[in-house]
Ligand binder design. Sequence first.
Ligand SMILES: *Cc1c(COP(=O)(O)O)cnc(C)c1O
Length: 462
Amino acid sequence: MAQNKEIPYKIYLKEDQIPKQWYNVRADMKNKPAPLINPGTHQPMSAADLAPVFCDELVAQELDNDTAYIDIPQEIQDFYKMYRPSPLVRAYCLEKKLDTPAKIYYKFEGNNTSGSHKLNSAIAQAYYAKKQGLKGVTTETGAGQWGTALSMACAYLGLDCKVYMVKCSYEQKPFRREVMRTYGAQVTPSPSDTTQVGRRILAENPDTTGSLGCAISEAVEVAVGTEGYRYVLGSVLNQVLLHQSVIGLETKAAMDQYGIVPDLIIGCAGGGSNLGGLISPFMGEKLRGERDYRIVAVEPASCPSFTRGKFVYDFCDTGMVTPLAKMYTLGSGFIPSANHAGGLRYHGMSPILSQLYHDGLMEAVSVEQTAVFEAAEMFARVEGILPAPESSHAIRVAIDEALKCKETGEEKTILFGLTGTGYFDLVAYEKYNNGEMNDHIPTDEELAVGFAGIPRFTGNEF
Ligand SMILES: *Cc1c(COP(=O)(O)O)cnc(C)c1O
């Protein structure tokens, strides 16, 4: 207990302790994540196959399962200095409120204009595109954090940025859109009539409010069809988890300074990038047999990829224009219920985390959105930060675990990722505050509709 008194509310690393290399957890995985494959031939995608879609250096990172540490270019390190290191916070006020013997820490990634961890990968992807002499990049955005982060990075480097924004978010979050436009991005609601795939999806389903999978199809089509453009993606991919390892490396360095060892690491999981980044160095120790940690992914009950999905090859997008990734998936046609307000809406999951989960190296739980917003409200009131709904999934489970410690008297050390702030999610908070929020858990029959769209071929049975 005495030792804990010395731990400050916030542990900040010094600027020169910002990581100079990313850590690639694949290097320590015995079972590597399955490669992306071509949907026609079912052969692994080579660097040449991926080159029209992604820029060359990012393709190399995507395919690199062996190099443990990859240098962070100086220009990216310099950009990181504008908003990193991010604080590791001891949640003393939350512990007191819960009256728990647990020690709770969170790594806060919301201290930048994008309001989330997404900037860590946006600057890296924009940097490599610029270095290759490209003119611009295209992408999708759901809630808007990724589009904002990428707009910021592109503005900094002088790259064009075309963002396909899921239509319901475009309409619900006009201020997000204006932040992106202020940074110079061109923002189009998706599905749109600017692409073939968008026109096809609209013709089939004129009232659709869009999905991330659909916006990805549009962004990929435009990137592949426009000279000097490539596509970038804010989550799921191996390269994104690599860039996000900066979160975990900083966390580990800060904890090591004070001799703190987490028993339990919790993160929300949409496509898996923040969780993958946070756990990377800890998972590395676990994979090398140096230390054991309990690791928990938290997802919405209304979009339960890990807990109810299939571990198979599936498309990354709705329009079926991307390669196939082996991952936990609900089917690329799956669209969460319209009343789902908590983010984390993607149908699939990072192939790296999928493999780790499949191998029993981490756990997953799903939580309902009213419980998530209850946790968000408690956290906001005692810790001061208005959390993003996505992040609040992790808060929910951290609180539940701390309450279990209260019952058992265990002094566990709990670490969770607080990925961002919720200032643009006030329509969702309004619903919650008005008592109008409810939970939707898809039935097995509803999930079967999504599963029916997963491609079936030899080796991909389920
Ligand atoms: C995008 C986002 C997430 C989910 O994405 P992951 O790739 O799973 O990390 C979580 N929290 C915030 C604030 C986000 O912007």
